[in-house]
Design a binder for this molecule. Structure first.
Ligand SMILES: *Cc1c(COP(=O)(O)O)cnc(C)c1O
Length: 375
């Protein structure tokens, strides 16, 4: 029997059905009461004053930066290990992404690398990425350093729904944070959706204007904004699903602990959220120098393991010209060769998890072992 990476079919999800029916009956399809209710609920859930729904996580990064005054030619520091969409979000604001290397344990932006970039370059904003729902060992240091340089932090919290550091929600530390509700995220819609969270009322008002074409009132454009409105259907589904977020995260965390028990002692490393961080357990990620062979072995056993991400942002052709070249962020680039995400979702049956772990053990039992696992 096959073990898929995730199970997203919502045909049997009565809450999603209820949400869609509600919107069909309402005749309001874009930026209506469901969006407003979701914005209030999500802001409350992470403990900030304001949340503004937008069309995607990528747009959330772009609009948050633009609302913070970042524009054409500004250099924006981000982590070299992320999805390309992080850098695209920066580029779409007109800014130039600059990549900093990551901590090998959490794969989050390294505070020392960030400090070096802030000291030597004219960086106008920092976009740390809570990759896999992590924050890293240097999270506080990073915030301090950015504050000392007077540079706003816009958190890429697209994988960090419900995650906390020292009891406080990730996405509530920076000037603003970007969330995505792409269907595979811990809180997912039935299509694209995103949100900007912020404690800053004026920044929230600017994002609201920018998502609606830069209008300050109907048919009056005061800035060249975007069309990044959030649909009522997506917001309605999110309203139904938000109350289950933390339960889903707890289930993910419990499954992650079980994987660690079962994989204990193997020549592989786990990616970890950081001290004091209660991560979102968005993915369960292991590192091995024999990643490609392991992935093939699992595929042969009917197990779908994925690579997030096979290249560092320094290695992406779209960005490498703008901000340096491959080879400048060795930790991020090494991670891209070694990471493998094992199947994980709140509904993953324990039996399936045990089969995945057994297949991983079998792979390493067969050898050949690498000379040594990289540090
Ligand atoms: C998903 C994701 C994005 C982009 O969000 P979209 O909704 O797909 O545009 C950006 N950054 C990270 C870390 C993500 O996981």
């Amino acid at each position: 029997m096959k073990i898929p990476f995730q199970r997203l079919a919502a045909a049997a999800d009565p809450a999603a059905r209820r949400a869609v029916e509600r919107v069909l009956a309402s005749g309001r399809f874009v930026l209506g009461p469901e969006v407003e209710a979701f914005e209030r609920a999500f802001a409350g859930a992470i403990g900030v004053g304001h949340a503004v729904g937008v069309a995607s996580g990528t747009d959330a990064i772009t609009l948050a930066l633009a609302a913070a005054g970042i524009g054409p030619g500004d250099r924006v520091l981000t982590a070299a290990f992320s999805t390309g969409y992080t850098a695209l979000g920066i580029r779409h604001a007109g800014a130039i992404p600059v990549f900093g290397d990551v901590e090998p344990e959490s794969l989050c932006l390294d505070a020392a690398a960030a400090a070096r970039a802030l000291e030597t370059q004219d960086i106008r904003a920092v976009v740390p990425v809570h990759i896999f729902g992590n924050a890293g060992a240097g999270w506080e240091k990073l915030l301090e350093t950015a504050a000392r340089h007077g540079v706003p932090v816009i958190e890429d919290a697209c994988q960090a729904h419900g995650a906390r550091f020292s009891g406080r929600a990730l996405g509530s530390f920076g000037r603003a944070a970007a969330f995505s509700f792409y269907p595979t995220k811990n809180l997912g819609a039935l299509g694209d959706a995103g949100l900007v969270a912020t404690a800053d009322e004026r920044l929230a008002a600017r994002v609201k204007s920018l998502r609606s074409g830069g209008q300050d009132q109907r048919h009056h454009h005061v800035a060249p904004g975007w069309n990044s409105r959030l649909d009522e259907i997506q917001a309605a589904v999110l309203n139904e699903r938000l109350p289950g977020l933390l339960e889903g995260n707890r289930r993910r965390a419990a499954l992650g602990r079980r994987y660690r028990e079962l994989l204990d002692g193997l020549p592989l490393r786990f990616v970890t959220p950081g001290p004091g961080v209660e991560g979102s357990s968005h993915l369960f990620v292991i590192r091995t120098a024999r990643r490609d062979a392991l992935r093939e072995h699992l595929a042969g056993a009917g197990i779908d393991a994925l690579v997030h991400y096979p290249a560092a942002l320094t290695e992406q052709p779209a960005f490498s010209g703008a901000s340096g070249v491959a080879g400048t962020c060795p930790e991020a680039e090494a991670a891209a060769r070694e990471v493998l995400s094992l199947p994980l979702h709140p509904g993953l049956p324990e039996k399936e998890l045990e089969r995945v772990a057994a297949a991983v053990r079998e792979f390493f039992a067969r050898g050949p072992f690498p000379a040594r696992v990289s540090e």
